[in-house]
Design a protein. Structure first.
Length: 394
């Protein structure tokens, strides 16, 4: 991925919902001006969510999601409907497509309640308006349109754009900490788990933001860090490391230089940093037989020495001296029922939207299960949590 490409998790996610044959896929195709979804008169043509990252005027970089009918039937149909409901976890703007000849059905009304419960901005698009004789005055977030007859397509796009502008909140990884002309050192270990020929997403995103700020970025491996620091006439403003190298990097970086990790930065950027810091204290209370959930937002191939499934469990067992049990999830999989767990440890969520990560945090909080973060837990285990978060304190 190039540094100037906006990653999927940072794009506005616009999802289209509705009953089978309401015309969701036809509306999506008209909005995107592409044959993104298969269109048919047969109910249930869309079987799984269809996603497309693209530029959509007047909004900009977005991810468009077409979903299966919320009223899909049968055993497979219910599984499809469950997948559709899961899309709500990552939806920034919802478009509910309703067949104008039938009006809102029970399932539509339930979806609207779900949008409102989750604080998801939504639009109701009454499709097939060309087939109705009388049209009522609609609220501001509702619109008559027809995908078949190209009625109000641009108006619907503009309505989505207006919601996108009100929903958009400028966030920053480092903009409130680092200033123009500051120097920041990034420590990126190259080991068996590092992707060949490229940097991982948090490293790329951090470099890009630092360049946008006007800071000087120095990238080095942990094996060359000591020599790199010796070349500075004035010490760098901050050192950011891969969390796996925290112990080694902490021993090298002088105390007068602030230190944190990519994972901790992302815990602040997409989650609740200080809640995750408090969650890490649960490590001191774990007992034999307690179960910990380790969750990653991506679905990369697990290798020998994998951080989530091997290193973290071993470090936690060594730290607690307890026979702790572990469950693992990745990608979009995240349990609805968390009561069996004493602690949840989540990755930095660089591949998840902020809404999806915060949905997971809310679910954990509702069930009173502490949730922490890879980098925070690793820093605590190594006795450097205060140092690793000092630069992020207001």
């Amino acid at each position: 991925m190039s540094l100037n490409e906006k990653v999927s998790a940072e794009r506005v996610h616009i999802a289209f919902f509705g009953l089978r044959n309401a015309g969701k896929s036809s509306v999506v195709n008209k909005i995107t001006n592409q044959e993104l979804s298969v269109v048919s008169d047969v109910k249930g043509t869309t079987t799984d969510p269809v996603k497309k990252a693209m530029e959509l005027l007047p909004i900009g970089p977005v991810v468009i999601i077409d979903t299966a009918g919320i009223d899909d039937t049968g055993e497979l149909g219910e599984l499809r409907a469950q997948k559709t409901r899961k899309i709500l976890n990552k939806t920034d703007i919802a478009v509910l497509v309703v067949d104008a000849t039938k009006g809102k059905q029970r399932e539509d009304i339930e979806l609207i309640k779900d949008f409102e419960k989750r604080n998801i901005p939504y639009i109701i698009a009454f499709n097939k308006c060309d087939l109705i004789a009388e049209k009522q005055e609609l609220p501001q977030n509702e619109i008559y349109m027809s995908a078949k007859e190209n009625i109000n397509i641009n108006e619907l796009k503009n309505l989505i754009g207006e919601l996108s502008n009100t929903e958009k909140e400028e966030k920053t990884l480092l903009g409130d900490i680092i200033k123009k002309n500051d120097t920041v050192v990034l420590v990126t270990p190259i080991d068996s788990s590092a992707p060949k020929g490229r940097l991982i997403l948090p490293q790329q995103q951090t470099i890009r933001e630092l360049l946008d700020i006007g800071a000087t970025v120095v990238v080095t491996k942990d094996t060359e860090l000591k020599e790199t620091l010796s070349k500075f006439k004035n010490p760098p403003r901050l050192v950011i490391t891969d969390s796996q190298a925290f112990k080694k990097v902490n021993e090298i970086v002088p105390e007068n230089i602030e230190l944190t990790s990519f994972s901790i930065l992302f815990a602040r950027y997409k989650g609740e940093l200080w809640g995750a810091v408090n969650g890490a204290d649960k490590l001191d209370e774990l007992q034999n037989g307690d179960c910990v959930l380790i969750s990653e937002g991506c679905t990369h191939h697990r290798q020998c020495g994998d951080i989530g499934t091997e290193k973290l469990p071993n470090w936690i067992k060594n730290y607690t001296k307890k026979d702790v049990k572990f469950d693992f999830t990745s990608g979009s999989d995240f349990p609805e029922d968390l009561k069996k767990y004493k602690l949840i440890i989540h990755c930095g969520a660089c591949m998840l939207t902020e809404r999806e990560m915060k949905t997971r945090i809310s679910l954990s909080n509702e069930q009173q299960i502490p949730i922490s973060n890879y980098g925070i837990v690793i820093a605590k285990i190594n006795g450097i949590l205060d140092r690793a978060t000092a630069s992020l304190r207001a």
